[in-house]
Design a protein around this ligand. Sequence first.
Ligand SMILES: [Zn+2]
Length: 257
Amino acid sequence: MALSKCEGVILRVKDFGEADRILTILSDTDGKFDAVARGARRPRSRLVGVTQQFSRVNALLFRGRNLDTLSTVELLSSYSSITSDVMKMAYASYVAELVDLMTGERQRNEMLYALVISTFEALDAGPADPDMVLKAFEIKFMSVSGFRPELARCVSCGKPENQASWFGPEAGGLLCDGCRSSDWGSVRFSAATRELAKRLLIWDYDMIAVLKPSRSSFEELNNAFRAYVDQRVGRKLHSLDFISDLKSMERGGKQDS
Ligand SMILES: [Zn+2]
């Protein structure tokens, strides 16, 4: 069996057999793939601590025909602030689930890898608000996955952006009043929201920390991109239920106090 080395981030961990784990890894050079970590659930295994979800690792693997086997794993970062904060963990789960669902096996995408690492770093250490990090991630992710939304003109007739105040999730971008009905799911997308979306697309996470959008702009963006991502994924993401449960608990807690 051939040995190979890569850097990657662990998107998903699942129990396998008596004491093994199967990891879904997104790597910088080999794209997404599954690998088995033999004995990783045994308390004294050297793989136990370094095969946790969201960890960034250097891995040495034996290449198999269907499944690779991890030989040694060196931990680069465990993003401890994500794993110790339930809301951040829910957000990181959403990032991992979306990337896993939308990425084919062994398709090298260095921009995607860099995006996932920078998103985990931003969730882990700030300075941007985690809600803004997540919105920025959605726009950036759709772009590196080949679904960059049209934010400069009506995607249907080409009218300039100042005449396009709707967003069509199916159409994939701005829509003007005349074209709005061509996408039944179109939602309001004001000028302020459009500018916010453009910044989230282009700016890096550190710069995003200075953005303080109005509540209505954030809601518009949230609605538009929720619909846009759902439309492209084609099914509901499990991590969204987890996030909405946590949010309603948070709201309930505030009302009580
Ligand atoms: Zn139009």
